[in-house]
Structure formats: C-alpha cells, structure tokens
Design a protein around this ligand. Structure first.
Ligand SMILES: [Ca+2]
Ligand SMILES: [Ca+2]
Length: 179
C-alpha cells in the first residue's frame, strides 16, 4: 500500500514536471530565465519602442564603428535601422529628439561599400528609394588615411533636423537598431 502511494507520488510529480512551461521564469530570480528557454526568446528583453510597423532600439550607451554597431544589433536579433519613408524618418527623428539626443550622430544600415555611390539598406537589401540627404551629401569625402565615406549616418549638421550623411565606416558613434 505504502509502495503504491509512493509510486503514485513519483508519477504525479513527473507529470507535473512534464507540464512545466518551457522558458518559465525562475521564482527565485525574477530576471533569470531557466536553461530551457530558447536563446531567441531572451533577445526581446531590451527596451524597444514601437513606432508604426517597426520596433526600434537606440544604441546610446556606447559608441561603435559601423561594423560593431551592426554586430550588436544582429546579436540581439535586430538590424541597423533602415528608413523607407518620410513617415518612418519623422517618427524616428522625433523619438531621438525626445531623448534629448538630436545633436548626436546615429548609424543606420545604409552603405555603398559594395558599389560606390549605390547606397542600399543592409537591413533588408533594398536600394535606397526615399532619400533625406543633407545638402551636398553624399560626398564620399576622402580622408588622409585613404578612407572614404561609405556608411550612412543620421546627423543634424546645420540644425535642419536629422538628415543623412555618408561618413567613414570606422567612425565611432551611436546607432539605431530595428526589428
Ligand atoms: Ca561612398
Ligand atoms: Ca559625407
């Protein structure tokens, strides 16, 4: 009889274990996910802002060159931002200004490293159609070390808003990720 009860308990405990929700948070550590949680799920714990169809993450805690910024976004399941319409541009600009960072530089996924002068968005592979270049840009300025300007940044150069500029990809600055 006792054996039957113990066996019953063991079976009941096993069934309860099987019914545990994968990825359930650990009660002892509210911010910890247990080992069964998939790595993809943990990627969405960053504070993203939803503007229209996209969610954005402002990379404002450290500055990075274009490649490292792109890597950071990809590591977290995102891409450096692409901007395909005036509406997207305006919403993102307002968001950055609301953060009090309208004077900063921000990397996007735009680049013409593949073919000089043919900018496209690395985020989705699409050629740039909507444009918001600063006057005189892109100018592919050539620096003393031979580096030219192949990466697209947002920059409020002359207080006319966050317009686009091609900048050397090795330049370290803030960035915007999207998903
Ligand atoms: Ca260029
Ligand atoms: Ca430029």
């Amino acid at each position: 009889m006792l054996v039957t009860i113990i066996l019953g308990l063991v079976v009941a405990t096993s069934i309860a274990g099987m019914n545990a929700v994968p990825g359930r948070l650990n009660d002892d550590c509210p911010n910890c996910a247990d080992e069964t949680i998939s790595s993809r799920t943990t990627k969405w714990t960053m504070p993203l802002l939803k503007l229209g169809e996209k969610r954005y993450y402002l990379g404002i805690f450290f500055k990075a060159n274009w490649y490292k910024a792109a890597q950071y976004c990809r590591y977290h399941g995102m891409h450096l931002v692409s901007i395909s319409s005036q509406e997207e541009n305006d919403k993102l600009e307002k968001h950055i200004k609301d953060f009090g960072l309208g004077h900063e530089h921000f990397w996007t996924s735009g680049t013409d490293q593949g073919v000089e002068g043919a900018f496209f968005w690395m985020a989705n592979g699409w050629p740039i159609t909507f444009e918001n270049w600063n006057a005189g840009e892109p100018n592919n300025f050539r620096y003393e070390n031979g580096e030219e300007e192949d990466c697209l940044e947002l920059w409020n150069r002359d207080s006319k808003g966050l317009k686009w500029n091609d900048s050397p990809c090795s330049f370290e600055t803030f960035f915007v990720c999207e998903v």
